[in-house]
Write a protein that binds this ligand. Structure first.
Ligand code: CA
Length: 235
């Protein structure tokens, strides 16, 4: 399992009027390397938001402005990841919160560790969405995840949709070995008899398109008895 190392210093705004709770959230997040600012009122939150944060944890029960209003005014100008924190736990309330533009919803009483895990999940998701072009080996190979195109030294390569999905799956996690079963499940959503040979055939095709010498691949490496891994170097 890869450790997620690049979180350090990301800025979190915690909007919560109960000091006991904000203190706990702050200490858990800081222990994981986050920089935390606490706002005790809705007004302060709206003022602070403009300072630029990577994520907001917003309590719905605030003394001055309702968390719901903060959320909807925030969404008029920002798509920052937002986790709602509340005692309201009915399904209607959750759906309403998500409808207002919250990305996730944590019900009190909550486990601080779970909250931290959700913060990390949101930040990972944001990072992945932002990363639209993966580039390897000094720009030699570029994978554009939005237009689903692959370029080698600037020239577009004619990969099929399935080939593209396999390449992206592996390239998103360089050096991680994927078994043929993992690949077929990720790409097809199910496996079928003979899938291993089908995956081998796809890999062979991809290699012919992206490698200078498919016999000596510099991107897609066979790991005998295990599967395949992507060995390009991310730029
Ligand atoms: Ca509160």
């Amino acid at each position: 399992m890869l450790k997620y190392l690049s979180m350090a210093g990301e800025r979190i705004l915690v909007v919560e009027d109960e000091k006991k709770i904000s203190d706990i959230i702050k200490s858990y997040l800081e222990r994981d390397g986050f920089t935390v600012t606490v706002a005790g009122t809705g007004e302060e939150a709206l003022h602070r938001i403009k300072d630029g944060f990577d994520l907001i944890i917003l309590d719905l029960m605030l003394p001055d402005i309702e968390g719901e209003s903060i959320c909807s005014s925030l969404r008029e100008f920002s798509d920052i990841p937002l986790i709602m924190l509340t005692a309201k736990s009915s399904e209607d309330d959750r759906i309403k919160g998500l409808g207002l533009g919250a990305d996730d919803y944590v019900v009190k009483p909550f486990s601080p560790r779970e909250l931290v895990a959700r913060v990390k999940a949101q930040l990972r998701r944001t990072k992945r969405d932002e990363k639209k072009i993966l580039s390897f080996n000094g720009g030699l190979l570029k994978i554009d995840t939005l237009s689903m195109t692959v370029r080698k030294a600037g020239t577009p390569l004619p990969l099929t949709a399935t080939e593209f999905r396999i390449l992206l799956l592996l390239a998103e996690k360089p050096q991680i070995v994927f078994s043929r079963l993992q690949i077929v499940n990720a790409v097809q959503g199910y496996d079928f008899e003979g899938y291993d040979r089908v995956i081998d055939a796809h890999i062979k095709n991809i290699r012919h398109k992206i490698e200078d010498n498919p016999q000596k691949p510099v991107f897609l490496k066979t790991v005998y008895g295990a599967g395949y891994k992507f060995i390009g170097t991310p730029d």
